[in-house]
Design a protein around this ligand. Structure first.
Ligand SMILES: C[S@@+](CC[C@H](N)C(=O)[O-])C[C@H]1O[C@@H](n2cnc3c(N)ncnc32)[C@H](O)[C@@H]1O
Length: 298
């Protein structure tokens, strides 16, 4: 996984509109704390090219079990394609009424209106907790204004796909950059970027570890801090502070090593986070044995 970078801006119609709307977005964002919050325009209507939609859905690995939400759904093409080609369900939210109407009519015409719908609604006020896949093609500032909402409302493991603009501080799972002729009219350059992220579980806090006596007779605790997928901290083994090696968090799956070395090798932990508990296996180098942890305090 790597930290995302933003593409260079283009001096074009979309970029001009984008710049103006970025200022508008920033100005409107200043009003976020006021009681009657104005609606933030998160970007002009610019449909993703068909091949970018296909790439996003392919990278997401959509199945009929998925529930896809597109924030700023335009003519509905992302959710409609997810339903038609992959059998998924979902909805799109959009502030332009005419586009919502067009999308719902297309859903009826294409025989997927039982599974997808489009709503005239502000994407910042939309409950996104049902999503298993969330897509967006919005201005860079808007994408980042959504960072906290995505972490709070989406379940761990949800795939987030962003067209062209990445989420600051998030580590992408996959990144694709390629040239698309159709993008010249949109952004002045052929460059198309798709970011795939996986929402991480929350692991920050102090964890009390339960290990078989054969692995450690000493009390083990984990003190974890977290910035999106990046997890740091220290473990305490008895009275000793031990640094983690190879710490990784992907959705609900965590893995790390502790250089306690009873058999000359660091203990290698893997586990699944479920709210305030972790359950998994620890590899001592000689055997794999269960371990668990419970969250003591945040
Ligand atoms: C660049 S288009 C993307 C359309 C579509 N998702 C796609 O990729 O083809 C962004 C869309 O977001 C909509 N939008 C902007 N601000 C919004 C808001 N606050 N709530 C809902 N939709 C919004 C715009 O009207 C526009 O249709």
């Amino acid at each position: 996984m790597h930290t995302a970078t933003l593409p260079r801006p283009a001096a074009t119609l979309f970029a001009g509109l984008a710049a103006a709307l970025t200022v508008l977005t920033a100005l409107t964002a200043l009003t976020l704390s006021l009681p009657a919050r104005a609606q933030v325009n998160a970007g002009p209507y610019v449909p993703s090219p068909d091949s970018a939609v296909a790439e996003m859905l392919k990278m997401a690995g959509i199945t009929p079990k998925d529930f896809v939400i597109d924030l700023g759904s335009g003519n509905g093409k992302i959710v409609l394609t997810a339903a038609k080609i992959y059998g998924a369900s979902g909805f799109g939210v959009e502030i332009q009424d005419n586009l919502v109407k067009e999308s719902n009519e297309a859903a009826k015409k294409e025989g997927v209106s039982e599974r997808v719908k489009f709503i005239t609604q502000d994407l910042f006020k939309t409950d996104i907790s049902r999503a298993t896949v969330l897509t967006m093609y919005l201005l860079p500032d808007t994408v980042n204004m959504l960072s906290d909402k995505l972490q709070k409302e989406l379940r761990p493991g949800t795939r987030v796909l962003s067209h062209d603009y990445g989420l600051k501080d998030w580590q992408y799972e996959e990144y694709k950059q390629y040239d698309l002729e159709e993008k010249v009219n949109i952004s002045g350059v052929k460059t198309t970027i798709i970011y795939l992220y996986v929402v991480p579980a929350r692991v920050a806090g102090n964890w009390n570890v339960k290990l078989p006596a054969a692995v450690s007779k000493q009390a083990v605790t984990l003190n974890l801090t977290q910035k999106v997928q990046a997890v740091t901290g220290m473990a305490r083994v008895g009275a000793r502070e031990v640094a983690f090696m190879d710490m990784k968090l992907r959705g609900t799956e965590i893995s790390f090593k502790l250089p306690v070395e009873p058999n000359g090798k660091p203990l290698a932990f893997t586990g699944t986070i479920k709210g305030g508990s972790i359950e998994g296996l620890v590899d001592t180098g000689k055997a794999r044995t269960p371990w668990s942890a419970t969250l003591a305090a945040k």
